[in-house]
Design a protein around this ligand. Structure first.
Ligand code: GLU
Length: 304
């Protein structure tokens, strides 16, 4: 399939909507990003790369990092992870405290903030500098040896991370956080501030389209069964409180972040990443969601 042609058509069709929506502003450093970017990349299992627009411009991956910290937590702890975090859609915003209190400090899934904080806690137990471990994990996967996190973005989020701090303290009170709350928050804000571009992110998720094995020689990242589970979680919980509608419209496992990036997986075929910073109200990139919807429509392919 000529994905380049498909991507060009999508970029052309979406021109009128790029910039519609709101750039995330609750993290002050992110508020200054132009809403007018649009980039998209497809990386196939065979290693072919197809791009359009700003596909090689780095952006803040934010919650997409939750996918990678979950992979690392699963590598370290296997099924034990599920004793501390569930795998049901939450039906609430990603930073809601109410459900966490009602459910005794066990987050519904690893992609809402408290669930991701549990994964970061697992990394804090294992690594002296957990954010560096995430960066080191992503360098070979993404093909970018210079991958790093943006210190200004991390500091900006850390200064304003009151809700995340409240969630972390609540989980600590329920006995579901092993490390010091401040250490977990520091590591969390830093891995959220990792910067990557669409090509790097599409490449970093292609193992999920390939039964958990990295096609370019990085070996088994997850076993087949865990890769299946991760894809299932992305489909049901990966796009905030709009995951049902997203599955309906797009039909691919995906994970989004408030930086405007969305990664998606076409099993047996390719990793995909789209970036456009302006978000719709549930927190997903507005143009990015539409682009993925057009992608599965134009190619006639999805997981269904
Ligand atoms: N670092 C962000 C936060 O915790 C990530 C949010 C997101 O991308 O969903 O609020």
């Amino acid at each position: 399939m000529d994905y380049t042609e498909v991507l060009q058509q999508i970029a052309h069709e979406l021109r009128p909507v790029i910039g519609q929506g709101q750039v995330a502003s609750y993290i002050p450093e992110l508020a200054s990003v132009s809403p007018h970017h649009f980039g998209m990349a497809v990386v196939t299992i065979a290693g072919d790369i197809h791009t359009v627009g700003d596909a090689r411009e780095a952006f803040s991956i934010q919650s997409i990092s939750k996918l990678f910290t979950l992979v690392m937590a699963l590598q370290l702890e296997g099924e034990k992870v599920w004793t501390r975090v569930g795998r049901e859609p939450s039906g609430t915003p990603f930073n809601s405290l109410i459900q966490l209190e009602a459910e005794n400090g066990k987050p519904r899934n690893p992609f809402i903030n408290p669930g991701a904080l549990v994964c970061t806690d697992i990394l804090c137990t294992r690594y002296a500098v957990p954010e560096n471990a995430v960066v080191e994990f992503l360098r070979p996967l993404s093909g970018n040896r210079n991958l790093h996190y943006n210190r200004a973005v991390a500091a900006s989020e850390r200064r304003t991370a009151h809700r995340n701090a409240a969630m972390a303290h609540l989980m600590k009170a329920f006995g579901n956080l092993s490390n010091d709350v401040d250490d977990v928050l520091d590591a969390y804000c830093r891995h959220c501030a990792i910067e990557m571009n669409c090509v790097e992110l599409a490449r970093a998720v292609v193992f999920l389209a390939h039964g958990g094995t990295h096609p370019e020689g990085q070996g088994d990242i997850l076993n087949t069964s865990m890769a299946k589970r991760l894809n299932a979680l992305m489909l049901t919980c990966g796009t905030y409180d709009a995951a049902g509608d997203f599955a309906f419209r797009v039909g691919l496992p995906a994970k989004s972040g408030v930086g405007g990036g969305i990664v998606a997986v076409m099993p047996g075929e390719c990793g995909i990443c789209v970036w456009s910073p302006a978000l719709e109200p549930s927190g997903n990139s507005l143009a990015g969601s539409l682009a993925l919807e057009r992608f599965t429509t134009l190619t006639g392919r999805s997981i269904f």
